[in-house]
Write a new protein. Structure first.
Length: 68
């Protein structure tokens, strides 16, 4: 599964958001931390979702826009 990610600076944090899952985000002091938290949150969302979609095939986060 491929997720298209946008990164933005909000205060002292970097916030990563996945275009495919707009309510899911990751926040951290660095780009790497924000992306890892986003990955964890997307996996959690998929496990809880009744939509039968999983990230078993691998979750690829592709940064498509980086601001700030």
């Amino acid at each position: 599964m491929r997720c298209h990610v946008t990164l933005a600076r909000e205060g002292s944090d970097v916030v990563a958001r996945c275009v495919e899952f707009p309510d899911v985000s990751g926040r951290g002091a660095s780009r790497e931390v924000a992306l890892e938290r986003l990955r964890d949150n997307v996996r959690f969302w998929l496990e809880a979702c009744p939509c039968d979609t999983t990230a078993d095939g691998g979750l690829v986060l592709e940064v498509v826009r980086e601001a700030g």
